[in-house]
Design a protein around this ligand. Structure first.
Ligand SMILES: N=C(N)NCCCC(=O)O
Ligand SMILES: [Zn+2]
Ligand SMILES: [Zn+2]
Length: 324
């Protein structure tokens, strides 16, 4: 049997149809994301999912280096049709899994360089890159790459944390500092960037003001209590406008009840349902790339975190604009 027998009639036209789960059971076969073809099987793919197993930038619990394989494992249940958006995401886009790259776990600056180079090699000017981390340090080289294509970029950052802090133990490149470095380097579109899901304790009352000065508007997790989701989605859309948008999703934006498998959990977060619906609400915007970071499988239970992350990737693929 062909490993990529699409089975379902509407899917037959798509070269990136996932393996048909009615033919090969979901728990069997290659462990690519959503059981999509590998990039070497589908070099013409316009959209690439890849993994960056790096967690040397974490400040608390480790383990996000095992994130990519965990999210792939949890993505086996994804089906080809997305009813919420009425789209076949793997037909609308041609999607392949490029596997994981090897990065130096003992030299953060070298690792950052490796990620930027690999992003450029994988995506060129043509492909949309969806990166599974890894800790949040990797957003910096990914933004450097996006900036090289688009100039200052509107960043939609889902996170419990600001990640605009300055240094940890004197180290400038960590998972708590990528967006400050990005702002210093002029990578961020100051008028169109936004944090969503902020909460928890800070180091200083000035932390929020500083992040605002770096160009980030903010929707806090508490805002979800008193404002309807559609209103918040409208606020996000108004902020991003028609700019090229890079989406960075730290899975700890979700409440630990929905995503326990992460390194710096903060209570009072979003539900999986809220996150998925916000991503759906980005349909029609000019999303040019995304990362999904901070999944640490050793702290996960019942695949809650892996499933949430895999579905977030799926919804993100579903809202991508038509391929260039
Ligand atoms: N990027 C994530 N997940 N966390 C940053 C937390 C930094 C800190 O320990 O204060
Ligand atoms: Zn975080
Ligand atoms: Zn983060």
């Amino acid at each position: 049997m062909s490993t990529h027998d699409p089975g379902i009639p509407e899917q037959r036209t798509s070269p990136s149809a996932p393996i048909d789960a009615t033919v090969v059971p979901r728990y069997a076969g290659d462990g690519t994301f959503a059981r999509l073809p590998r990039l070497d099987q589908l070099p013409e793919a316009d959209t690439v999912v890849w993994g960056v197993p790096f967690d040397s930038g974490v400040s608390y619990r480790p383990g996000a280096r095992f994130g990519p394989q965990h999210v792939r494992q949890s993505s086996r249940l994804l089906r080809p049709y997305n009813p919420a958006l009425e789209v076949l995401p793997f037909s609308a886009r041609t999607v392949a899994d490029a596997g994981d790259i090897g990065v130096n776990p003992f030299d953060i600056e070298e690792a950052i360089g490796t990620v930027e180079t690999a992003a450029r090699d994988l995506a060129g000017t043509r492909r949309t890159l969806l990166t599974i981390g890894g800790d949040h340090t990797i957003a910096l080289p990914l933004l450097r790459f996006q900036h090289s294509l688009h100039g200052p970029i509107a960043v939609l950052h889902f996170d419990a944390h600001l990640d605009t802090w300055d240094t940890y133990f004197g180290a400038p490149y960590t998972h708590g500092t990528p967006f400050r470095r990005a702002a210093e380097e002029g990578l961020i579109d100051h008028a169109h960037s936004m944090h969503v899901g902020l909460r928890g304790s800070l180091y200083d009352r000035l932390d929020l003001q500083e992040s605002e000065r770096m160009g980030f508007a903010a929707i806090h997790a508490r805002d979800f209590i008193r404002h309807p989701l559609d209103e918040l989605i409208e606020r996000i859309r108004a902020r991003l406008g028609d700019r090229p948008v890079y989406v960075s999703i730290d899975i700890d934006v979700l409440d630990p009840a929905h995503a326990p498998g992460t390194g710096t959990p903060e209570p009072g977060g979003l539900t999986s349902r809220e996150l998925l619906e916000i991503i759906r609400g980005l349909a029609g915007l000019n999303v040019v790339g995304a990362d999904f970071v901070e999944v640490s499988p050793a702290y996960d239970h019942a695949e809650l975190t892996g499933l949430a992350a895999a579905h977030a990737v799926y919804e993100l693929i579903s809202i991508l604009p038509p391929a260039r």
